[in-house]
Design a protein. Sequence first.
Length: 631
Amino acid sequence: MCGIVGIVAPPGRAVDPERLHAMTATLRHRGPDADGFLVEGNVGLGHRRLSIIDLSTAADEPLFNEDGTVAVIFNGEIYNFRELRRELEEAGHRFRTASDTEVLVHLWEECGPALVERLRGMFAFALWDRRGGRLLLARDRMGKKPLYYTRAGGELLFASEPKALLAHPGVSREIEPRAVGELMVYGNVVGPGSAFRGICQLPPACRMTVETGCSGSGSGGAPEPSVERYWAFRPRPEPPAATSEEEWLERLDGTLAEAVRLRLTSDVPLGAFLSGGIDSSLVVAHMVREAPGRVRTFTVGFREAGWDESAHAQAVADHLGTEHHRDVVTPDAVAVLPELIATYDEPFADPSAIPTYYLCRETRRHVTVALSGDGGDELFFGYRRYVESSALERWGRRLTPPGRRLAGRTAALLPTGAYLGRALGRIAQRDAALYLDALGFSPVYRSLLGPEVRRALGSAAEQKATADFEAPEGVGFLQRCRATDVETYLPDQILVKVDRAAMRHSLEVRCPLLDQEVVALAERLPAAEQMRGRRQKLLLRRLAYRHVPRRLLERPKQGFSVPLARWFRHELAPLVETLLAERDAPVWSWLDREAVERRFAHHRRGRLDAATALWRVLILDRWSREHGGMS
């Protein structure tokens, strides 16, 4: 894993080593085992190492090529590094370590910036070529590893997390109003922006090149970066039904088995998350087949009835014969808030971040690497919103334009958030707007925004997810919904949730279902083979039945969440009441206090969407106070 930091000053100005060290120190949780630095003229690189492959000090970073002219700092894993290494050794390159990172400097010499297209893994890295004065930054295809950048005092800065950039005295903590709106409607900030004005994310599947010896059009003469996308998840028209279901299953089983096998390479203890659901059970089943020794699996449960799925995980673990660790925790909803703020840097309001935090903490007590089932719902149509959105889209297509307008007017007359009103409002919309409502861009959450944030957020047509919904002629509605999730929801919420919680505890998490070969196969699978009526994820489900008895997996989708509604009736209620009474609280410069008060009243009447909205308000409040207000 690890954390990376860099500073590129204008030509002729030296990097301050103390600033670089201070920024790098903020990422110790991402790499507690070692640190390393390179400062040469106007370029500085900092690294915190979590040792996974080749535990020797020889593999500490930065790592260099044979003559020391190319240096790299790396966060992630390259799963095909052995294959690449053999190829590079045949071409005459010499290796000093057994690390996967070292292939990057030699691959650069062979391929230049195109090296990213050869990598099968999760990564964010910075590679500096001293001879050419060129810096390359890159992120993996799905966006599993983060990379932020900004400008300050004429310098270009980059880091794995915003906290490292904020440690630089020239970086402003000014809040981006659009990000506040995104938090309230989606539960997270949407890339490539961030919660801080001026700080951006390098998007997934993108590479950035910087000519470190040139003055560009950047502020104060800082080198001007160039960003290029090297891959994209592309929905495509449904293929002809020439491949049988059995053939698809065989392909998927073999591809997933290989993805799991590649992720078992480790010089430190390794295990897996196991919820007892289809995705994690399938990953663990392949681990049991491929891994030497007994596989260790981990789950956390809650004492609250109806929210504990650990018994299901235990049943699957018993069947597969894993060494299972089942920890029952009692989350303190009030006490965990400060830890969530510290973990995520930006406001992040997915309630499942709480059990994820505890799961990562407990898992790290036993292993340093864990495999997970993340990605299965996005790639194989596992969310209930696919069923609901598809049904509403079909109804909407049957209506004439006047009929849709009537549905919209009727929805406006019903109480905000009422199920019938929301369904009619979505029927009145088409395509991207209809699905965007399912992702959170709905009247329930927009009604909480103040005028400035509402303007900054813009309309449905101005959202990133709307652009992600676009696709070539002939691509079906469901395929567009999935592509939107892969481009937006997956990297901005699911992967952020897991990466930050895991790295807070110095735990590496690997996702076989997001392997690029699994993703490529999922792109080709017909939607009709994966969803029929209200039955979802059919191919992955049937594949799982090959490895785990159907009776252990066939149950309603529970998800990984917390009893949020109950918490707001009890321990969290005083926090909301105090906040509502505090009329000069920072959040009221961004939110409509009276609208939030109405949501609180609705929650007392048992409305779950009200509890979700209130959680977002609390996260925003605590985060804004931590970051010095909302100026």
